[in-house]
Design a protein around this ligand. Sequence first.
Ligand code: ADP
Ligand code: ASP
Ligand code: MG
Length: 421
Amino acid sequence: MSEDTVVMKFGGTSVADAQRIKQAARRIVARKEEGRRVVVVLSARGKTTDELIAMAQEVSPAPDPRELDMLLSTGERISCALCAMAIHDLGHQAISLTGSQAGIVTDTSHTKARILDVRADRIEAALGDGAIALVAGFQGVSTARDVTTLGRGGSDTTAVALAAAVGAEVCEIYTDVAGVFNADPRLVPGARKLGVVSFEEMLEMAASGAGVLQLRAVEYARTHGVRIHCRSSFDEAPGTLVISEEETMEHPLITAVTHSTDEARVTLLGVPDEPGVAGRIFTALADANVNVDMIIQNEPVSDDIQAEISFTVPRDDLRVAREALEPIVAQLGMAPIVTDEGMGKVSIIGAGMKSHPGVAAKVFRTLGDEGINIEMIATSPIKISCVVRGDQVPRAVQKLHAAFELGEDAVVAEHPFGASA
Ligand code: ADP
Ligand code: ASP
Ligand code: MG
């Protein structure tokens, strides 16, 4: 491991216009001038990825995934080329690389590919020449030699994977908030920044909607022992360190409230009450690469109450889920598929709840007192998630944040590495 290598990732807002690209370039150069080897990962500027998706949908309602990836991968390339130009003007060498040129090898699942290998020799060569390596985030090349993308927010994963490959001391994720907060600061004005958060809690947070770090980035960091420092691109203050469980000093009962408003529920009615049916249904969804979240199955209690399976999927996966299920539904003579696209989810996360009963009761009471109906529930040892109507999510988050006293007086673990971390 080379102690003097750092990976710096800048998100979309942090490179949104010329001014910000120049600002990022200055920050990158400052790191280089400290004597470090610097690898940079950039996201597409501002809303570019959304605009590219909209552009594709204008010509095709269900764009071919391979071609969609060709299109989407261009956003981050623009950022890298522009930033390289800005760095040149500051008197430093910089080279921009596509994900493929940077040696990011993925599987073949277009639009949500997984990184299989990082062949960092070209980056190492650039660093060896004294250059700053700028890598287009969110993309790679598949084992079938096609361009792939890594799913929304995937530049975080590019950064962590590169940090592991080049043995960086830290993977810095520069974003438009000061770090990881105990609720989305856009929704909860009183949300507090966490100095540290454990991998275990960060995984649950990312999986339940805290989009500040992509879930796969956190998984990859945990597996490969990469230290993540999530911080603001607008100031120098230390942000949030994601560290191992053993390094965290104390566990508040509840660490954070998270949410998502892009859930869809699928309900299958008249499911034959026999072994193997659920296996067929969920295998079809897995084969179609649909990420199923919560699942509820009801047994038929009498002749007129049918067996029913309900589950949630990301709204973007609904069309594919439907296509995967329709043949099975027809074959087994089930009722037509019922879907609801307006669902959301609110979750509370905290390693401290492992040893404290009564947390779930308090969540349900808090939501009940607000007249918010809980439609589905899922738990893990350190998380309780409730599916509610999407339009009720903001109120649910704010009330839970207040009920668990996560505002001003919250006890938040301190940053153990000081301001220089
Ligand atoms: P970037 O473009 O830098 O990758 P993202 O939009 O992906 O930025 O992630 C940062 C955003 O994540 C913030 O602007 C914030 O609204 C949102 N967010 C959601 N939950 C949290 C949280 N718990 N802490 C911090 N930010 C959060
Ligand atoms: N540009 C991609 C997105 O908007 C990837 C990223 O920003 O991490 O999802
Ligand atoms: Mg992001």
